[in-house]
Design a protein around this ligand. Structure first.
Ligand SMILES: Nc1ncnc2c1ncn2[C@@H]1O[C@H](COP(=O)(O)OP(=O)(O)O)[C@@H](O)[C@H]1O
Ligand SMILES: [Mg+2]
Length: 448
């Protein structure tokens, strides 16, 4: 066991700072408050995963803030007797974000500080409430929120540190991303968004700078649950946020479909490399937004896949009801969306019935997915030797007969096709089909 040179306390091997006195343990003398951020170069390979190497802050632009390079805290400072500041990661609408080490748990974290002007009891209570809700989301594509910290005049949020780059900076640097990479990012964004929506959390501030890609290319959606507060600040500082849905701009009810609109704007940029609405300054950008719908992205990018364009334009419909009802549907409608939505296995399923005939699918036609650009999707696997016709009945039951599928109008392309008004109905039919056929039924989007 090593000991801290400053106070003599025992220290963990992987620790960068002493958990007793907070002194840096590597790179120089303990207890020094050098402006040089302690680096992780001394950490061994085996310990590396807990301490990703420091990266260049992506949205931190020294040129525009020459006198404030380090933000309000300098590297090495100890915050709330627990967090050692490593470096400034960026500045956004809400305040500054720092990389820090959590000395108690020996983990890297990101700390987001609220502007001091925002700190009053009413707002703090709202902030705590939003964080309470955001902590319910657990998904690999959503940045984990850990806790709120309060010390002196500072209130901050601790969250997962993402060693990577935000999409806004990536797009500025690279322009349009290769199609497959863009599709992968789009799907992961949709998955994270859908998981949050399932938990009942809206984002309300989805935009490229709130999407991060880590060193392995994993996607994280940042700042869930913080939008309420962020908007309050932005309304004062920079007018109305550029990625808000039209109904949000006029103060109407914000729903899942408002996040879907913002998703459409992010997808637009992801696939075309350009924002949907041009305008150098924020006001100009907002004026263009008010005056016209976005240009079709295929006008900018001639080889854009029509299915991608369809998804984008559907997400950007003015009328919320005309947008895809969920991020999952938007994702399912993207090209190559072999997306397994659900699998049903009836209680009395007999695996001995499973033979090669199981590859016969029963598709459930989902008009909404079709409209969103997909040609459709999903279905069941029929047990051996028992090809059946499945017909939805007006009373909601499923009529199962032994006749050949050619008897049914719903038969198409060798699959059974059940028309469903929306994804929930498709899922319900999938469940019924599983019970009726006594076989597992998969529900998935299908692209012919
Ligand atoms: N958890 C995090 N891990 C790593 N970097 C982060 C994290 N959160 C934010 N950042 C960086 O700090 C920048 C500013 O963040 P934020 O204050 O949320 O501003 P914005 O309004 O641009 O979202 C982001 O663009 C990102 O580059
Ligand atoms: Mg952010």
């Amino acid at each position: 066991m090593e000991r801290c040179q400053q106070c003599g306390s025992e220290i963990e091997r992987a620790a960068l700072f002493c958990s007793q006195c907070g002194s840096p343990l590597r790179n120089g003398s303990a207890g020094s408050s050098s402006a040089e951020a302690p680096t992780t170069a001394a950490v061994t390979a085996a310990e590396a995963p807990a301490y990703p190497s420091p990266r260049k802050p992506s949205s931190f632009r020294p040129a525009s803030h020459p006198s404030r390079d380090e933000g309000r805290f300098t590297p090495g400072m100890l915050i709330a007797e627990r967090y050692r500041i490593i470096s400034l990661l960026g500045r956004g609408g809400m305040g500054e974000v720092f990389r820090a080490d959590d000395l108690t748990l020996g983990q890297p974290v990101a700390l987001k500080f609220l502007p001091e002007s925002m700190i009053d009891e009413l707002r703090l209570e709202r902030f705590r409430n939003e964080v309470r809700i955001a902590r319910r989301i657990s998904h690999p594509n959503v940045c984990r929120v850990y806790d709120i910290g309060e010390t002196g005049n500072h209130v901050f949020l601790s969250m997962e540190y993402v060693d990577g780059e935000d999409l806004s900076s990536l797009l500025r640097r690279m322009g349009r991303l290769p199609r497959d990479k863009a599709l992968e990012i789009a799907r992961k964004m949709c998955a994270g968004l859908a998981a949050a929506h399932d938990t009942g959390v809206l984002h309300r501030d989805l935009k490229p700078s709130n999407i991060m890609l880590d060193a392995r290319g994993e996607v994280r959606i940042m700042d869930f649950g913080l939008a309420g507060l962020a908007h309050e600040i932005k309304d004062v500082r920079s007018g109305t946020p550029a990625y808000m849905a039209p109904e949000q701009l006029v103060g109407k009810e914000v729903t899942v479909r408002s996040d879907i609109y913002a998703l459409g704007l992010v997808l637009y940029e992801l696939f075309s490399g350009k924002p949907a609405f041009a305008g150098k300054a924020h006001d100009e950008f907002m004026r263009v937004r008010r005056e016209r719908p976005p240009h079709r992205p295929s006008k900018l990018i001639h080889d854009l896949d029509p299915a991608v364009e369809m998804v984008i334009l559907r997400c950007l419909e003015e009328e919320p009801d005309n947008r895809p009802s969920s991020a999952l549907i938007a994702s399912a409608a993207l090209p190559g969306g072999e997306y397994l939505i659900a699998i049903y296995r009836p209680d009395d399923y007999d695996p001995s019935l499973e033979t090669e005939a199981m590859d016969r699918d029963i598709d459930v036609l989902n008009d909404e997915m079709v409209a969103a650009g997909a040609r459709m999707f999903v279905a069941g696997l029929s047990p051996a030797g028992s090809a059946r016709s499945l017909r939805p009945q007006p009373d909601g039951t499923l009529l199962v007969t032994d006749g050949p599928y050619s008897e049914t109008r719903e038969h198409m392309l060798g699959f059974w096709v059940l028309k469903a008004a929306d994804l929930n109905e498709a899922l319900a039919w999938g469940r019924k089909a599983a019970i009726a056929c006594r076989a597992p039924v998969e529900v998935r989007p299908f692209h012919s």
